[in-house]
Design a binder for this molecule. Sequence first.
Ligand SMILES: C[S@@+](CC[C@H](N)C(=O)[O-])C[C@H]1O[C@@H](n2cnc3c(N)ncnc32)[C@H](O)[C@@H]1O
Length: 205
Amino acid sequence: MISMTMSLPTHIPVLLSEAVDGLQARSGGYFIDCTVGLGGHSAAILERISPDGKLLGIDSDPEAIKVARAKLRDYSEAVTLVNDNFTNLDAICNKLNFHPVDGILFDLGVSSMQLDTAQRGFSFQHDAPLDMRFDPQQELTACDIVNTFSEQELACIIQEYGEEHRYRRIAQNIVQSRPITSTSQLAQIVEQVLGRQHTRIHPAT
Ligand SMILES: C[S@@+](CC[C@H](N)C(=O)[O-])C[C@H]1O[C@@H](n2cnc3c(N)ncnc32)[C@H](O)[C@@H]1O
């Protein structure tokens, strides 16, 4: 009889050994992973700090916390996982009495699980509703932003976070194309301004 095991979503952690070396994670240390994701970096830290060290893992995405909890089950005595925004780090550490701390890791970005789940709206590889919330309890979606923010506000976001110098034209095209409801519609609106580039990277990335 073939036994069925649930396979967990995977994410290849970026610069794994460099990050853990940089943290100087050593036996008995106290560390915080502010973006625990699917637990790849956390597992490597736990391996180095066990058996006496402790790790606090934070992620704003409840799905990520579920997966990380399953992945890190062998270290359940040493790890505390918290579903929260890392902007609340001080309050979380105070509440859990988690200090002093030897090192903190931030692996900013999106996990493969978030990108691959079409309805999360992080990727235009799938046509999906414009969502892009890490925390589904948060009210504001990407759809709200592109459809209600002023042209000036959108231009600021695209300039600051997209580092795109044609931010004014893109913001104007967004406002003129409203309502915008899907990831591929938004990607097309950006492409209309920037044109198809001769690289593998889509201009809306
Ligand atoms: C690139 S992934 C981390 C992958 C992780 N290092 C691993 O090895 O699996 C980034 C994670 O940060 C989380 N995140 C993004 N912004 C956050 C915030 N402000 N507070 C807490 N978590 C956040 C995302 O939900 C995502 O799971």
